[in-house]
Design a protein around this ligand. Structure first.
Ligand SMILES: Nc1nc2c(ncn2[C@@H]2O[C@H](COP(=O)(O)OP(=O)(O)OP(=O)(O)O)[C@@H](O)[C@H]2O)c(=O)[nH]1
Length: 598
């Protein structure tokens, strides 16, 4: 145990976490030339394409230091707020963290929020000043920023370049010297923390764990505390670039477990694994059931594909337990599913996976958060509203509550005014404003989560010219004045276009929705009135004028192949359209609310 070090790398997006991980693997000889691939740890296609780490993984390195062999377990953490619970569990499995800060960008919102998570778990922090090779690097200034933030000595900050290899040796030495070895008692009953799980279509769910006390042995009867289920440990082992099966994994070490579980939902991140016959009395703290934060309807473009969509979603759920869905039906779109996601990125990922892995073309409706409505009949029991159409009749509603978050934004002092106006427009209330340095300011707001789901990231980027970073954590439900804005096309309400919005913004949003839909819905052979309404009151109206010309008209009836091409093109354009009543609505229109300010 004295020779084990468990650590993670925490950083703001793009500060070089994955590159540093690769460099450490290289330096410790944990990868052969052949296995070398850029960003080794990101092994999902989608991850590599997007250049972000979505799921956390773990990898073990052997390293000789002063003539002794050390085992270094690097536990990777996801880099996006949607997955912050997974980050917190990965951090809980470590004794130390490399805090990577880009020498040109300095400290950003995620640097701080991840640092707080690490400090809550009493991790030893090793500050790493990365990208010192960049001409735009500002090593002295950024070192000062780090010293201010951590209260450490300037010489404790390690200058490094994950790209060129500067500082890698120093980082490895610091991991061994500064991070304490794991504590724990080998003789106690097994207690292991699940910090991740991965679905493997051939072997079932692979569970990644860190043994806190006791030992896990191959063949042992084990039990997951939160789910209460017992299994046999068919295979256990350590994770190098590939899996290395072992007979036993002891206190302090990290490994994987295969039990033949076929459904990702049976393994919950944060759960405790213990011995089935002699269970521990103290499950590891901090376990939570992850709750979806954002809901949207997913419908097949072709109504006949509903059953295919169901089976695709079920398969997706086997390997992504955080996806939840229930069947729903919409007057406009027919049968589909109301799906819950961890956040907007998660939603995009699911939509993309449905298309790539299952060849499904789907229509996604406006995402919304989960509201709690209380009726005058029962002021105590919340009606959970995951879909605008679930909102009870306004005349019976006592109050509606919506989820709030604490938003942390770090920006340059020049942009404080802009960022403040944006947050206030988004119904934020300022809680705190701190100057980290003369140039850089941290702003803290309480804000409705719903406002983040709508175009917030993009707007923030624009108003700050890219010099703002943002992070958030949920702080509970608060009463709010919400109404449902319905959209009528050709005097017919289209339920899939309804949105829940704050009363004060309802008129503006209704008006903008009508304008946006006018842009997005193609002209057809007849006039299409678009109306926004609250209850029976129309608050805005636009008209899409009838189309006068036929697309093929300009072909002079002559060139048949050109005509066919045009028709083909038109057909393709139709792919993601949905016929509602007699109006064809393209996919973008269903997401129009998200793009009102474009
Ligand atoms: N010049 C220079 N570039 C670097 C260095 N380290 C990383 N980069 C580059 O910075 C970019 C981001 O690096 P990543 O390692 O993907 O960053 P990350 O923090 O893992 O990003 P996420 O996975 O999205 O959180 C890449 O283009 C790297 O090539 C460095 O030391 N010097």
């Amino acid at each position: 145990m004295e020779k084990i070090r468990n650590f993670c790398i925490i950083a703001h997006i793009d500060h070089g976490k994955s590159t540093l991980a690769d460099r450490l693997l290289d330096f410790t000889g944990s990868v052969t030339e052949r296995e070398k691939q850029d960003q080794l740890l990101d092994n999902m296609d989608l991850e590599r394409e997007r250049g972000i780490t979505i799921k956390s993984h773990a990898i073990q390195m052997d390293y000789m230091h002063n003539g002794e062999k050390y085992v270094l377990n690097l536990i990777d953490t996801p880099g996006h707020v949607d997955f912050s619970y997974e980050v917190s569990r990965s951090i809980a499995a470590c004794e130390g963290a490399l805090l990577v800060v880009d020498a040109a960008q300095s400290i950003q919102a995620q640097t701080i929020s991840n640092l707080y998570l690490a400090l809550e778990n009493d991790l030893e922090i090793i500050p790493v000043l990365n990208k010192v090779d960049l001409p735009s690097a500002n090593p002295e200034e950024v070192t000062d920023d780090i010293v201010d933030l951590l209260g450490c000595k300037p010489e404790e900050v390690i200058p490094a370049s994950a790209k060129t290899g500067i500082g890698i040796q120093e980082i490895l030495t610091a991991i061994i010297d500064r991070i304490p070895p794991p504590k724990g008692n080998r003789d106690e009953s097994l207690q292991a923390l699940v910090f991740d799980s991965v679905y493997n279509p051939f072997r079932g769910v692979e569970t990644y764990f860190r043994v806190v006390n006791g030992e896990i042995t191959k063949g042992q009867k084990i039990k997951f505390v939160a789910t209460g289920r017992s299994y046999e440990a068919d295979e256990i082992g350590t994770l190098k670039l590939t899996q290395h099966p072992k007979q036993k994994i002891s206190t302090g070490d990290v490994g994987y477990l295969i039990t033949g579980i076929k459904d990702a939902r049976e393994v919950k991140v944060g759960d405790t694994i213990t011995d089935s016959a002699n269970p521990t009395k103290n499950p590891i703290g901090g376990f939570e059931d992850v709750k979806p934060m954002v809901f949207a309807g997913i419908y097949p473009v072709d109504t006949e594909d509903f059953e295919d969509l169901r089976s695709s979603m079920e398969k997706l759920q086997l390997n992504d337990a955080s996806l939840v869905f229930t069947p729903e039906s919409s007057a406009a779109l027919g049968f589909g599913f109301r799906c819950g996601f961890l956040g907007m990125l998660h939603m995009e990922i699911i939509q993309e996976r449905l298309e790539r892995e299952f060849d499904m073309t789907v229509i996604t409706t406006v995402p919304n958060v989960s509201y709690h409505a209380y009726t005058t009949k029962d002021r105590e029991t919340a009606v959970i509203v995951n879909n605008p159409s679930d909102l009870p009749d306004p005349s019976t509603v006592d109050r509606v509550e919506e989820p709030y978050i604490k938003a942390t934004i770090i920006t340059k002092s020049d942009f404080v005014g802009n960022v403040m106006s944006l947050c206030i427009e988004k119904r934020g209330q300022i809680v705190n404003q701190t100057y980290l340095t003369t140039e850089r300011v941290e702003l803290i707001f309480d804000m409705p989560l719903a406002e983040i789901v709508f175009d917030f990231y993009d707007r923030l980027k624009t108003v700050s010219k890219g010099y703002a970073s943002f992070d958030y954590s949920p702080i509970g439900m608060r009463v709010s004045k919400l109404v449902r804005v319905d959209i009528l096309l050709n005097a017919q309400p289209v339920d899939a276009l309804s949105a829940l919005v704050h009363f004060d913004n309802a008129h503006t949003i209704g008006k903008k929705m009508c304008e946006k839909l006018k842009e997005l819905i193609p002209r057809q052979q007849f006039d299409i009135p678009i109306q926004a309404a609250i209850g029976s009151k129309i608050i805005s109206r636009e008209t899409i004028k009838a189309l006068r010309k036929d697309v093929t008209a300009k072909c002079y009836g002559g060139d048949i192949s050109r005509k066919r091409k045009l028709l083909e093109k038109q057909k393709k354009g139709k792919k993601r359209m949905r016929q509602v009543g007699n109006v064809e609505i393209p996919q973008q229109a269903f997401m129009a609310v998200l793009k009102l300010n474009d």
